[in-house]
Design a protein around this ligand. Structure first.
Ligand SMILES: NC(=O)c1ccc[n+]([C@@H]2O[C@H](COP(=O)([O-])OP(=O)(O)OC[C@H]3O[C@@H](n4cnc5c(N)ncnc54)[C@H](O)[C@@H]3O)[C@@H](O)[C@H]2O)c1
Ligand SMILES: O=C(O)[C@H](O)COP(=O)(O)O
Length: 593
């Protein structure tokens, strides 16, 4: 929730197209939903600045101008599959997540393809117009059967395969050209994968295209390709206008070298009177529909619920299911990673607030080693964890752009802020620890960092022949049990606490009476203690610096402990400083997690 003039406002979602109400009802529980149809591009640019989310179908052009004007925009959701109306490159640069619904309308598109296949084969379009005109033209409208005919499929992805299965049921022979197709899926649908387009074209009685519209597929079926096909062949396009060159198709149909076409999509939608698409639509050998492939009640319900759920996830800081400009997160992976996503953000924030207190400059200039341990080491997609860490590290020292740090732009933002994170994996088993996965963050301050040079690098300070001071580790380890994140190591100290709320962290001499001193001071200041945990020095860090870091300014003493107190309100700076003046309290930091 955003704060404006003391009032809490709900994030706003703009929907400039017809999207099924099933998903919108879900949005309305926590978000302000504005359905505004018929806006011009300029009107959209004018108002987009007020919105955190935009939900579109294929009609809205989500271009650089619109994305740039969307200062608060965090997600663009496409209630459907094709994202060719969205400028993905600009969205990625701006950290705007683009999600779609890759599964929701596949069946609808495939059934529509079959509908056009049958309509073209049996002249359904012309016959309907004829009979509605009072005619009874039986001999003129003789069709062809599809059974035993060859259906050539260009692009054997989700829709292509579904079409293949249905067409197989109609007794058609199936072949496909798709350099990236899965051969075992093709075989399971009885589709022969051919290695050249020419073979696909020469054999086709019907050619159906199911590729995305990308540079390599624009006009891929042109005059030369059509000329290789049988005169009796018919073309189907329920994918995207322009994959089949419209002028070449019109010329071939007019010349009688192609028998007909079933078209759902056009280069410009809606087609303008007199343009090539309109001439195609008017032709009696063409059956045309106004981009209806996904327009079924069922598909619209599916895509609406799918993308609205993802919008809610993103706006509440969770991971989307199918982000187009971010790594795919499988549902199983999502469930495993989510608690660690929260943990990493807490660890990053704890690092900056606890260790980086004197580092209030916006440039952190720090090199980190991030190690995924135990079962977490087998995670192949660590991007959400990485992004979460960056968000946590940066959030306490910035006010503007943390909301937009996500899997899309985390690497870029880290780089811009001089944060270098190297990721490692350690498969050592952790059973004896009572959990199966953990993650460790170790920092190595850049000696050129303003904070290091201000305080002085203790290693640099040592005179020749003098031993340098033993130094503090800047290291944090966390783990998750029952979806609850915990911190198990902070600096040299072994601890166990839940990283949430306001925490007062005191480093003190490990001597009797210190708890009473700190408790007494807080009590006088009216601060209640919710929980307290005393952390001794981690065994492994007693000799040397425990594999930790070499650059820090804190002098290390052996007889110290860490006191972590969960408190019910922020601790004043005066109270914090007062604690350090107490005998035996070396350091005190207040962190808000
Ligand atoms: N008309 C509609 O309402 C409607 C509805 C849904 C989908 N669509 C469109 O249908 C198309 C297919 O959607 P999908 O979900 O099956 O996509 P998909 O990504 O699952 O499948 C696309 C397939 O095309 C293949 N391909 C890519 N380039 C190729 C090339 N040059 N030659 C041959 N094959 C190539 C890919 O390998 C992939 O297998 C998309 O264009 C989508 O926008 C339209
Ligand atoms: O890409 C898609 O999902 C289809 O083309 C459907 O587009 P639509 O949502 O505008 O009907």
């Amino acid at each position: 929730m955003a704060e404006t003039n003391g009032h809490t406002s709900r994030p706003k979602v703009l929907i400039p197209e017809k999207v099924s109400p099933d998903g919108l009802r879900l949005l309305q529980e926590t978000l302000d939903v504005d359905e505004k149809k018929g806006l011009t591009p300029d009107q959209l640019v004018e108002i987009i600045g007020d919105y955190e989310a935009l939900i579109v179908r294929s009609e809205t052009k989500v271009n650089a101008a619109l994305l740039t004007a969307g200062k608060k925009l965090r997600v663009v959701a496409r209630a459907g599959v094709g994202v060719d109306n969205i400028d993905l490159e600009t969205a990625t640069k701006l950290g705007v997540i683009v999600v779609n619904s890759p599964q929701g309308n596949i069946n609808a598109a495939a059934e529509h393809t079959i509908a056009l296949l049958m309509a073209v084969a049996r002249n359904i379009g012309s016959a309907s117009v004829s009979i509605k005109g009072g005619k009874w033209e039986r001999s003129k409208l003789v069709g062809v059967e599809v059974k035993g005919k060859t259906l050539s499929i260009l692009g054997l992805g989700k829709v292509g395969l579904t079409v293949a299965r249905a067409a197989g049921g109609l007794g058609m022979n199936l072949m496909a050209f798709d350099p990236y197709a899965n051969p075992s899926l093709a075989a399971s649908a009885n589709v022969e994968l051919v290695s050249s387009m020419d073979e696909l074209l020469e054999q086709a009685d019907f050619l159906t295209v199911h590729t995305p519209m990308i540079a390599s597929t624009k006009g891929v079926i042109g005059a030369s390709e059509l000329s290789k096909m049988k005169k009796t062949a018919r073309i189907l396009n329920v994918a995207r206008g322009g994959i089949v060159d419209e002028q070449a198709l019109l010329s071939a149909i007019e010349a009688g070298t192609i028998a007909g076409a079933g078209l759902d999509v056009f280069t410009s939608e809606p087609p303008q009177p007199g343009d090539t698409a309109s001439k195609l639509i008017e032709h009696p050998a063409v059956v045309a529909t106004p981009h209806l492939g996904a327009s079924t009640v069922e598909a619209q319900e599916n895509v609406s619920i799918d993308v609205c759920t993802q919008v809610i996830s993103i706006l509440s800081g969770q991971l989307p299911r199918s982000a187009v400009n971010a790594p795919i997160i499988l549902p199983e992976e999502y469930r495993t990673l989510q608690p660690f996503v929260i943990l990493l953000e807490k660890m990053g924030s704890l690092y900056t607030q606890h260790f980086g207190q004197s580092n209030s400059t916006q440039r952190l200039r720090t090199t980190f080693e991030l190690t995924y341990e135990g079962t977490l080491a087998s995670t192949s997609n660590t991007k959400p964890l990485f992004a979460s860490l960056v968000k946590g590290l940066v959030a306490p020292v910035t006010s503007t752009d943390t909301m937009n740090i996500n899997i899309v732009n985390a690497e870029l933002i880290a780089k811009e802020r001089g944060i270098l994170i190297s990721e490692y994996k350690s498969r050592d088993k952790l059973e004896q620890e009572g959990y199966s996965a953990s993650v460790t963050l170790k920092a190595r301050l850049d000696p050129r960092s303003p904070s290091t040079s201000r305080r002085g690098n203790p290693m640099e300070g040592a005179q020749p022949g003098q031993r340098a001071k033993k130094i503090e580790d800047q290291i944090i380890t966390g783990f998750v049990v029952n979806n609850q994140p915990y911190i198990s190591r902070l600096g040299r100290f072994s601890c166990q606490f839940v990283p949430t709320g306001t925490l007062l962290i005191c480093r003190n001499y490990d001597e009797p009476g210190k708890i009473g001193v700190v408790g007494g001071r807080l009590g006088k200041a009216g601060v209640n203690i919710r929980f307290m945990s005393v952390a001794p020095i981690e065994q492994s860090s007693n000799n040397g610096n425990g594999g930790g870091l070499e650059v820090d300014w804190q002098e290390v003493r052996e007889n110290e402990a860490l006191m972590i107190l969960g408190v019910d309100r922020p601790v004043d700076e005066e109270v914090r400083k007062g604690l350090i003046e107490e005998e035996g309290v070396v350091e005190a930091s207040v962190v808000l997690l």
